[in-house]
Design a protein around this ligand. Structure first.
Ligand code: SF4
Length: 430
């Protein structure tokens, strides 16, 4: 019988590494082995591999690097991992052409990976990346439901199909509300975001979007409204950053739905990103407002989350009395740091200084810490012999410890006169 998986493009799933003394090594699996099927089901990617090998007994069909094809009848003690690391997945390319796309905002001459427009529901499930769901094939939809890939993080931007297609520059984009409902009816849940583009999806459109998403009930677990982030290289003819009054208007809509949700559902449901409050010059809500901080990776409640983490870890922090610590960050977070640093100083005894670093690659309008170039950090700290320790944002380097300008972390540390530590939340470094 031909099933839906027969329609998928053939993709080779290969082993990158096998841990020594692991079950995989015992079976003779090795780097370069192609994993062909499990229990007769062809494998496309890490999701198939993880879900289909979740049982303690399964039949694996593989091709060794020498070309031999073998079947392994695997039975393993409960919970024992195979010890197999897969080659990185081929990222799903985006089908959209948003005017505000961060890829268009890159200067030329950067590493190739930064020019890839990814829009990948698998990374949405695994890492909380936002996806638009505009490039899903029928077998992707089937897989999302079969593997229960929930919650997913979805970029909605607008629920009016005309406005959304215009924003995404994709006339083929499916209508998002019926799409979410279809998934929701099969048990999939979503965290949604609206990137706020003044004059396009704010005002009445934002009202409609929040109303439509609220109307989906438990299918949409949370919604964030995030101001668009543009660089010097973005398409400024076509899109601009929101002004303070526009951010305040968006926050008023957020507040209205959040108040409604608290009364009806007991939690706010709808949140403004920290940046939106900053641009609106409005104080952030208290930590309790954010509940489980479900969208903190999206800059929603990040400051309050830090404060909460510091307060909870206070007793376990080291004594840094008499030391000077530089908190190195982008200009957006630097503006919010005065709300965090006094708690840190009280907990550690150190003298903290916030070092706001301007982005020398993308221009000063890019204020996020995650995109800071190594060279700009070096320039800010190279002469600071009065500083004992510099804390750098951990999200500013990739898995290979390289900054956006390709500077390697150890090379950066070698050029600075103080100790350097990467940190997500201060608690991990102090
Ligand atoms: S959805 Fe838009 S912003 Fe995201 S990668 Fe695609 S074109 Fe760029």
């Amino acid at each position: 019988m031909r099933n839906r998986f027969n329609y998928r493009a053939t993709v080779v799933l290969r082993i990158q590494e096998v841990a020594p003394n692991s079950l995989g090594a015992e079976l003779g699996l090795q780097a370069g082995t192609e994993l062909l099927s499990v229990n007769g089901r062809p494998l496309e990617d890490f999701l198939d591999w993880e879900f289909l090998t979740a049982d303690d007994a399964f039949l694996l069909h593989a091709r060794l690097p020498g070309g031999d094809e073998l079947e392994y009848d695997i039975e393993r003690p409960e919970g024992l991992p195979l010890g197999v690391t897969l080659e990185p997945p081929r990222i799903r390319r985006c089908a959209n052409h948003c005017d505000f796309c961060f890829v268009d905002g890159n200067p030329t001459g950067m590493r190739q990976a930064l020019y890839i427009r990814d829009d990948d529901y698998r990374l949405s499930f695994r890492y909380g990346n936002f996806a638009t769901l505009t490039n899903l094939k029928p077998w992707d939809e089937a897989r999302i439901v079969e593997y229960r890939l929930s919650p997913l993080y979805v970029s909605v931007h607008a629920t009016d199909p005309v406005v959304r297609r215009w924003l995404l520059r994709n006339p083929e984009a499916p209508e998002i509300v019926p799409q979410l409902r279809r998934f929701g009816d099969q048990g999939i849940r979503f965290h949604a975001q609206v990137v706020l583009i003044p004059g396009v999806n704010d005002g009445a459109q934002l009202e409609r979007t929040l109303r439509d998403l609220y109307g989906l009930g438990p299918i949409v677990v949370s919604v964030s409204v995030v101001p668009v982030a543009l660089t010097e290289f973005s398409k400024h003819r076509l899109v601009r950053s929101p002004r303070a009054d526009e951010c305040r208007a968006a926050l008023a809509a957020v507040d209205q739905w959040a108040t409604h949700a608290v009364a009806e559902r007991g939690h706010p449901w709808c949140f403004g990103a920290d940046d939106l409050y900053l641009l609106a010059e409005v104080p952030l809500p208290l930590a309790e407002w954010y509940g489980d901080f479900e969208q903190r990776e999206n800059g929603v409640g990040a400051v309050r989350y830090l404060q909460t983490r510091i307060a909870a870890a206070r007793a376990g922090l080291a004594d840094w009395n008499g030391k000077k610590i530089a908190v190195t960050t982008g200009t957006a977070m630097a503006a919010l740091m005065p709300q965090v640093v006094p708690g840190l100083a009280a907990a550690t005894g150190a003298d903290f200084e916030i070092v706001a670093v301007e982005n020398s690659v993308f221009g000063p309008s890019v204020t996020t810490a995650g995109l800071l170039p190594g060279e700009a950090i070096v320039r800010a700290l190279a002469t600071r012999r009065d500083v004992d320790l510099a804390l750098l944002p951990a999200e500013s380097v990739n898995d290979d410890l390289r900054f956006i300008d390709d500077m390697e972390a150890h090379a950066l540390a070698a050029r600075l006169p103080m100790d350097v530590r990467f940190s997500y939340d201060f608690v991990d470094a102090l």
